[in-house]
Write a protein that binds this ligand. Structure first.
Ligand code: GAL
Length: 417
């Protein structure tokens, strides 16, 4: 061993020793299992391991996270919740009420979360004034992904209105492409539906329908129009859509079989993983008719009470890591989302992320920033489930009547309020 390697070994041992003394384990429940999303999750694992802790991956496949939430409930009931779980929006309050979450105020104070986070975000992460969850990112749900080469071959134009969207779909269909890549799963059906609601009812109508759950809005003529648009859109998906995972649908657009996909910006993780470049190989457009507005979906890790001290330290280090600028860059570059820190340097991010950040800030100031219903930000999981049922039944019923669907939507929500 030469003098230099002796020195570096000594330095790295000195660096590791205090960490090893407090090494703990963090078990993290999430559903980031697609190729692109796994790359993002791996960045967190790596940073946690660099702090000397061990990572226990608790990944439950299933886009939208319904399966993950079911498994989490079982684990919590048996008294063995993981250290951290991806729990979002109003659900954080429900877990807080059960008394199962731990507070992260120490880390939050040390890192200055109150100053770093947008106020709307900080509020969601707190239960009775205490931080119980750490925000990971901000996803935007109202996106349309298109393959420009397919569009060129079909002579279609990138749409900015719903009329143009259907005109493009018609051209893609005539040219033999799948116009819209879709996965027939309830959360995906409702993702598309909520974008249509956003487009047809506008930000104010969206808020009235999904946040206030106002009956007149839920049953009104605009909601009927949104259901009618959903029915029309269904004419442009392929026969094999039933049950398809969202990332397989993204794959159809990437490999040029389909022209478009309506999906949140986690879809970008698949494009990035395939080595494709935003603005060149693919385009991200605000969902037609929702320009300047932003349906947000904030991923967050809620932390459960633990008894082991080393594991508690590992949990606090996990929270600290998630809020670090380094993680916010690594993770979100892979995940397709934007960082949650207001002071984050965005220079490494692509055109889609840059415009997402600009729209996020603009929408925050003009009422256009709205919580996603399909992704558990606008209402409880009970309301979300009720909407999923009505939307998916309507979507799969060739006789589905938009007027009746709007009535059913209001009734289903009322039943679980
Ligand atoms: C969302 C989640 C995203 C992404 C997506 C697809 O609910 O917030 O991070 O994972 O599901 O599974």
């Amino acid at each position: 061993m030469n003098a230099f390697s002796r020195l570096t070994t000594a330095v790295s041992l000195a660096y590791l020793l205090p960490l090893v003394a407090h090494a703990g384990e963090v078990e993290v429940l999430h559903w980031w299992t697609s190729g692109g999303e796994k790359r993002a999750a791996d960045t967190l694992q790596q940073l946690v391991e660099e702090k000397g802790h061990s990572w226990k991956d608790f990944a439950v496949a299933g886009g939208g996270g319904e399966a993950a939430m079911t498994v989490l409930k079982t684990r919590a009931v048996s008294g063995k919740p993981p250290a951290a779980a991806q729990i979002k929006g109003p659900d954080i309050q429900e877990w807080g009420e059960l008394g199962l979450l731990t507070d992260l105020n120490g880390v939050a104070e040390q890192q200055g979360w109150d100053e770093l986070l947008p106020e709307q975000v900080a509020r969601v992460m707190k239960y009775e004034g205490d931080y119980v969850a750490v925000p990971v990112n901000v996803h935007r749900v109202n996106w349309l992904w298109i393959n420009p080469q397919v569009f060129a071959e079909a002579g279609a134009t990138a749409p900015t209105t719903l009329d143009e969207f259907f005109a493009a779909a018609e051209k893609l269909k005539a040219a033999g492409f799948i116009p819209l890549a879709h996965g027939g799963q309830p959360w995906q059906d409702s993702t598309v539906f909520e974008d249509l609601v956003f487009s047809v009812l506008g930000a104010e109508g969206f808020h009235k329908a999904f946040v206030e759950q106002d009956e007149a809005t839920l049953t009104g003529p605009k909601m009927v129009e949104a259901f009618a648009a959903l029915k029309r859109l269904r004419g442009y998906i392929d026969a094999n859509a039933a049950g398809r995972d969202w990332n397989a649908a993204t794959g159809l657009v990437i490999n040029g079989k389909a022209g478009m996909q309506v999906m949140g910006d986690w879809a970008k993780s698949e494009w990035s993983a395939a080595g494709k470049v935003a603005g060149k190989d693919y385009q991200c457009l605000p969902f037609p008719g929702t320009q300047g507005s932003f349906a947000y979906n904030i991923d967050s890790l809620a932390m459960f009470r633990l008894s082991d001290e080393d594991n508690r330290k590992a949990q606090a280090d996990l929270a600290e890591t998630v809020m670090s600028p380094q993680f916010q860059a690594f993770f979100n570059l892979n995940k397709g989302s934007i960082p949650v820190r207001l002071d984050q340097d965005m220079s490494a991010f692509d055109a889609c992320a840059q415009s997402s950040m600009a729209d996020f800030k603009e929408a925050a100031g003009n009422g256009g920033l709205q919580p996603s219903l399909a992704h558990g930000m606008a209402a409880s999981s009970y309301v979300q489930g009720a909407v999923f049922d009505v939307v998916t039944n309507f979507f799969n019923d060739p006789q589905g009547d938009p007027q009746r669907a709007a009535q059913q939507l209001a009734a289903a929500i009322k039943a679980v309020q």
